[in-house]
Design a protein around this ligand. Structure first.
Ligand code: IPE
Ligand code: IPE
Ligand code: MG
Length: 245
């Protein structure tokens, strides 16, 4: 039986989040410059996005650039930004063909204006698409998102619109970059590192974590299937005991 047949489409994660890591190491292993790993990684992005849409995943968040990634060498940052512009241009068709709605989370104002422009255009053109929400985490940091939410809530309290005793988990959720983004069910990290690297800290509170040594440029449909089958074989208890489920 193929792995595809073993996936239970009734039990798909509603939200998959992926830390796409290992581009630089892949390039190095081939004797190439780091940048060519990022280029090769765009193919993995397309295949993953299309596969998720095909099997019926409703929300997919991809970690494309972190607040910490600004500290990389200038040339690498510049190339990554250029690659983003060209990928957004190229993949608009993929998103329209697959009925995918694109949004972004992160400190957008730090991005070069060319990236902001392209991003805004794709967001606007795909705004009415319904099959899957694709969220790009760009210039994104989980701590920055929580600090931003705290500041926004403080302003509400200061202006008298909100009583501090009325602050709930919902209030925090409402003040994140995307208040509609649901809890992450499955978080995948490629590239072998087993850490969260400041990704979606609030949203992963009860996520199932899946780490694979596969480097991002080599991540294909079958790797995603393997992660999904692994996820479907776990028991999510959310604090209860087996017998209560
Ligand atoms: C992930 O690959 C892409 C980004 C962080 C932008 P890396 O560039 O981190 O690749 P490694 O981890 O150095 O191999
Ligand atoms: C996390 O990967 C960020 C993205 C995949 C965009 P990094 O390569 O930046 O993370 P660390 O430095 O290994 O924690
Ligand atoms: Mg890395």
């Amino acid at each position: 039986m193929s792995e595809e047949l073993q996936i239970n489409t009734e039990q798909l994660p509603n939200h998959i989040a992926i830390i796409m890591d290992g581009n630089g190491r892949w390039a190095k292993s081939q004797g190439f410059k780091r940048v060519s790993g990022h280029k090769k990684g765009t193919k993995a992005v397309r295949e993953t996005v299309e596969t998720c849409a095909e099997i019926g995943v409703k929300n997919l968040t991809l970690f494309a650039f972190s607040t910490e990634n600004w500290k990389r060498p200038k040339l690498e940052v510049r190339t990554l930004m250029e690659l983003l512009v060209s990928s957004l241009k190229k993949e608009l068709k993929t998103m329209m063909d697959n009925d995918i709605k694109l949004t972004a989370i992160g400190k957008k104002d730090l991005l070069p204006s060319s990236v902001q422009r392209e991003l805004d255009e794709v967001i606007q053109k795909t705004a009415n698409n319904k099959r899957m929400n694709l969220v790009l985490a760009l210039s994104y940091g989980g701590r920055e998102e929580l600090v931003r939410a705290t500041k926004r809530i403080s302003e509400l309290v200061k202006s008298g619109k909100l009583k501090s005793s009325d602050i709930t988990e919902g209030t925090l959720q409402e003040n994140l970059y995307n208040q509609e983004l649901p809890n992450v069910d499955l978080m995948i990290r490629t590239g072998g590192e087993e850490r969260v690297s400041n990704f979606l800290l609030w949203q992963i509170a009860y996520a199932e974590l899946y780490f694979t040594k596969t480097l991002w440029p080599e991540f294909r449909k079958e790797h995603l299937h393997k992660a999904l089958i692994n996820y479907q074989n776990r028991e999510r208890r959310f604090g209860k005991i087996s017998e209560q489920l």
